[in-house]
Design a protein around this ligand. Structure first.
Ligand SMILES: NC(=O)c1ccc[n+]([C@@H]2O[C@H](COP(=O)([O-])OP(=O)(O)OC[C@H]3O[C@@H](n4cnc5c(N)ncnc54)[C@H](O)[C@@H]3O)[C@@H](O)[C@H]2O)c1
Length: 294
């Protein structure tokens, strides 16, 4: 029987979930919740039940799992409420705005014995999966994640540029996805120091993160989207992962459609194994806390 989902937050990332759920024969989206009532008509036109309050969504007995695609500061509150209501959860990255909240989420998932999965979509890129299957011993890396935040942030979602609501800038937003990917190949990842190269109103816009094993460059104000990781093996062989569908991809984010399809399929396996309580999300969040604290 299909797993029935409810979605909280009908914003920029929502279409990727809608498409992935539609394509997967084992999943169904029943209802969508967004506090912005101007989205009601579009949601209903697509055939989903519209709700304004997430509490109504998580109390719907027909729903098995909740996807949380709301602003970052709401992740922990809504996740914990959904788990307590007996729902499995896919929570968008970052898991929370700090590791203390993320830890509460893990504790609740374990107590309620419900799956909690943090949606680090880059890990599900075909290039990453292909590289994983090569089973190489990776010891180092160089990585670049450049985008223009204004490509998915405008006057409708100013929360991205408010540290209290987002938790930070390019480090917690884009850095977190790449740290998660790098962790697939190198464990443990040893953080050394960061350099903030540009900061606006308390939010880092450009940064360089130094790990014992390599450097990660981040830019939230780039004219061109660049998402690349070069992995270096023990024998000094280099393997490049380019996350974009093609060089100079005009349609920003198009590669994310297949990533979310793979991510959803993975979540279904988490439901079968029921040993997925958000620990990976917490681990990555702890690295982010450390980066911000130094
Ligand atoms: N935009 C991207 O490219 C992208 C990529 C990966 C992950 N994410 C993550 O997805 C999450 C959402 O990002 P986004 O870019 O879609 O944001 P967004 O601002 O475009 O959309 C968020 C939606 O949540 C709604 N919302 C706000 N408070 C709510 C509440 N209390 N209950 C229900 N709905 C509420 C807003 O009205 C809005 O429609 C973030 O955690 C972000 O880090 C975004």
């Amino acid at each position: 029987m299909a797993i029935k989902f409810g979605l909280v937050g009908y914003g920029t990332i929502a279409p990727f979930y809608l498409k992935a759920i539609e394509k997967n024969p084992n999943t169904l989206l029943l209802a969508v919740c967004d506090t912005d009532e101007s989205k009601k008509a579009e949601i209903e036109k697509k055939g989903f039940h519209y709700l304004r309050d997430y509490k109504e969504l998580i109390s719907n007995e027909d729903i098995d799992a909740i996807i949380i695609a709301a602003p970052n500061y709401l992740h922990s509150k809504i996740t914990i409420a959904a788990l307590k209501a007996g729902k499995h959860v896919i929570c968008e990255k970052p898991m929370a705005t700090n590791a203390k909240d993320a830890s509460e989420m893990v504790k609740t998932a374990k107590k309620e014995k419900k799956a909690l999965f943090v949606a680090f979509h880059c890990r599900f890129n075909e290039q990453v999966l292909k590289m994983k299957s090569k089973n190489k011993d990776i010891v180092g890396f160089r990585a670049v994640n450049f985008e223009n935040i204004l490509d998915h942030c405008n006057s409708n979602n100013p929360w991205y540029l408010n540290k209290k609501l987002s938790g930070g800038g390019c480090i917690i937003d884009n850095g977190i996805n790449f740290i998660d990917v790098l962790y697939e190949f190198i464990q443990p990842l040893t953080f050394v120091k960061s350099e903030i190269l540009d900061e606006r109103e308390g939010i880092e816009v450009k940064a360089k993160l130094f790990f014992k094993q390599g450097e990660l460059e981040l830019d939230w104000n780039s004219s061109k989207e660049v998402k690349k990781i070069v992995l270096i093996s023990e024998n000094n062989d280099e393997y490049q992962i380019n996350f974009l569908d093609k060089e100079n991809d005009e349609s920003i984010g198009s590669h994310m459609f297949h990533e979310y399809e793979n991510l959803l399929e993975y979540f279904l396996t988490c439901l079968k194994n029921t040993n997925c309580y958000g620990e990976r999300g917490l681990y990555i969040q702890q690295i982010i806390d450390k980066i911000y604290s130094l």
